[in-house]
Write a protein of this length. Structure first.
Length: 136
């Protein structure tokens, strides 16, 4: 009887188990490779116009114009021909100025995080309406 017990002791370790184990190890290896690739990606830059211009969120239009003129003189691509990122910096400064001086775009950016307004994609949670109210 003892011989039979030792034969069935590792009966779970068969060909199917080995195949499943190899598949799991392979999938884990693929996940690790994906992690290695994603880890090296630079984080996405956030676009906050008031930080780009160096003004407060509630700055007046005159303060925004003053900051824009100062930055546009410093960062203009013609004044920085040796800087390869000068064009991108100048474009972001101009976009920030446009957002901060246009009342509607500024209001939309502060409210929705986008100068164009609320996006077309809306995500909802399957909860009753009374629970979706911000008061609750």
């Amino acid at each position: 009887m003892k011989k039979r017990a030792s034969i069935y002791r590792f009966s779970w370790f068969n060909a199917w188990f080995a195949i499943k184990l190899l598949i799991i190890i392979g999938l884990w290896g693929l996940c690790y490779q994906c992690f290695e690739v994603v880890r090296d990606i630079e984080p996405l830059k956030t676009f906050t116009p008031n930080e780009i211009l160096g003004v407060e969120t509630d700055a007046t239009v005159a303060q925004v114009k003053k900051a824009y003129r100062k930055l546009s003189r410093e960062k203009h691509p013609d004044k920085n021909p040796d800087n390869p990122d000068a064009v991108e910096e100048f474009i972001s400064i101009t976009k920030a100025y446009t957002i901060m001086t246009d009342e509607k775009a500024r209001e939309n950016f502060l409210k929705y995080g986008n100068p164009d307004g609320k996006g077309s994609m809306a995500v909802g949670i399957a909860l009753p309406k009374f629970l979706q109210n911000q008061d609750y």
